[in-house]
Write a protein that binds this ligand. Structure first.
Ligand code: ADP
Ligand code: MG
Length: 256
């Protein structure tokens, strides 16, 4: 069975911070409509990989390919050739990121938070953006919070606002970096429900999570990262039901 074309593809990615080699040749593919989850211990390089995928970070070696279009660094040296700033903006706006700490703008209402980038970055029509922003807020279940400020919302509501903000960019894929890690268990579930609904809609997502149950429920493919390398990958049934490596078995045991 052939897979849909990838939205984002990472090949043999190497990333170091100074002498610390964080990613040691990682390959990840997110086919359109699929959910790929990344699991692994703290420090294994998951956030770095997401940041490299949407070009918040440069890398030393390897390829990032967005919708079949290679991003323009390749090989060693990290030199981006001139003119790729527009490519970078296009890719970033098409890969919306949702962070652990929500990162909402405190001085803006929830509605303004959701509208900001489509209006200022994508230069979309304000009235249209507002109508869609309200739809996305309804979709994540906080339509009634449009005029509130982030500090007036619970963590779960703030994270759902951040998801609405990511959706408002109408991206080709969503990248989640531990979206439920900062939440109390009872608030976690409301965010998990939203992520599940997005997966069922067929959105392309790369999901870094410590929540193995959510990863098992929503993923088409799961990648276990260990010290900057893929230690094991496969379907959720394979990875969670029949882990092969001692490291994955140990990791899964430790999480219980
Ligand atoms: P994870 O998300 O899996 O917990 P990270 O990608 O955040 O892991 O970090 C991987 C490693 O890279 C860690 O050792 C971390 O300390 C290091 N690291 C991450 N970001 C930076 C940075 N900006 N500068 C230096 N080291 C970093
Ligand atoms: Mg991280």
């Amino acid at each position: 069975m052939s897979l849909p074309a990838p939205v984002i593809e990472i090949r043999n990615l190497h990333k170091s911070y100074g002498s610390l080699e964080v990613l040691k040749g990682v390959d990840i593919t997110a086919p359109a409509g699929h959910v790929v989850s990344m699991i692994g211990s703290s420090g294994s390089g998951k956030s770095t990989l997401l940041r490299c995928a949407n070009l918040l970070e440069d890398s030393q070696q390897g390829e990032v390919i967005f919708m079949g279009e290679p991003v323009t660094w390749k090989g060693s040296g990290m030199t981006r050739h001139p003119g790729d700033k527009r490519q970078m903006i296009r890719i970033r706006t098409n890969l919306s990121m949702v962070f652990q700490q929500f990162n909402l703008w405190a001085h803006m209402t929830i509605l303004q938070n959701v509208m900001e980038a489509p209006v200022t970055v994508l230069k979309r029509d304000r009235a249209e953006v507002e109508a869609k922003a309200r739809d996305y807020l309804d979709k994540v279940g906080i339509g009634d919070k449009a005029d509130a400020y982030p500090a007036q919302l619970s963590g779960g509501q703030q994270q759902r606002a951040a998801i609405a903000r990511a959706l408002a960019m109408e991206p080709k894929a969503l990248l989640f970096d531990e979206p439920t890690s900062a939440l109390d268990p009872e608030l976690e579930q409301e965010v998990v429900r939203v992520i599940k609904a997005l997966a069922e809609e067929g959105r392309t997502m790369v999901l870094v999570t410590h929540d193995m149950k959510m990863a098992a429920d929503v993923s088409d493919h799961v990648v276990f990262l260990h010290q900057g390398k893929i230690e094991e990958e496969g379907s959720p049934e394979e990875l969670f039901g029949n882990p092969r490596s001692d490291r994955l078995r140990g990791f899964l045991r430790a999480g219980q």
